[in-house]
Design a protein around this ligand. Structure first.
Ligand code: HEC
Length: 144
């Protein structure tokens, strides 16, 4: 009886940690149970936050004025960065990472609404498979 209560307690802890690492919204109720610990962030999670910040400032600077000249995103090799948990390396992960790299290259070669939208689609296709938590946040990076 006691043993099984303990087991389910741990399962809940593990579940909320998993959600927190997979990057739910910062104001998500789960975040109160397991606040994101900077020391525990994986290389991949840190890179993701940096990319997300780039999209935010790019949208603010370029999309609102429809002036994309000089817009650029930092290329990164997502297949080389370690995630929090190997369960995130789902089948097809490398293919998603490579396709995403191509979208960044295409955007940097010809920055504009179409190539930008392809980048955001690249974020979403990998996230649907590997890490659904941030999808809601990524959807906010779409052009209207
Ligand atoms: C090839 C797959 C892939 C692509 C492409 C991808 N992501 Fe991620 N992303 C992940 C995985 C896996 C994690 C979980 C990383 C971890 O917790 O170690 C993640 C985590 C995140 C997080 C949460 C980070 C945190 O604070 O824990 C955000 C936000 C995010 N991604 C946004 C983006 C955005 C924006 C893009 C596109 C510019 C993008 N992702 C493209 C796989 C991907």
């Amino acid at each position: 009886m006691i043993a099984s209560a303990r087991t389910s307690g741990w399962a809940i802890v593990a579940l909320s940690l998993g959600l927190a690492f997979c990057g739910g919204e910062p104001n998500h109720p789960q975040a109160k149970l397991a606040p994101p610990q900077p020391n525990h962030s994986s290389e991949l999670a840190i890179a993701m936050r940096a990319m997300d910040d780039e999209l935010v400032s790019l949208l603010a600077r370029h999309a609102e004025e429809y002036a994309w000249d000089g817009a650029a995103l930092t290329p990164m090799d997502l297949a080389q960065l370690m995630p929090t948990d190997s369960s995130m390396l789902v089948e097809g992960y490398t293919a998603f990472a490579m396709a995403f790299g191509k979208h960044i290259e295409a955007f940097n070669a010809a920055p504009g609404p179409d190539t930008y939208s392809d980048v955001v689609s690249g974020c979403l296709s990998c996230h649907m498979q590997a890490c659904p938590g941030p999808i809601e946040r990524i959807n906010k990076r779409r052009l209207d």
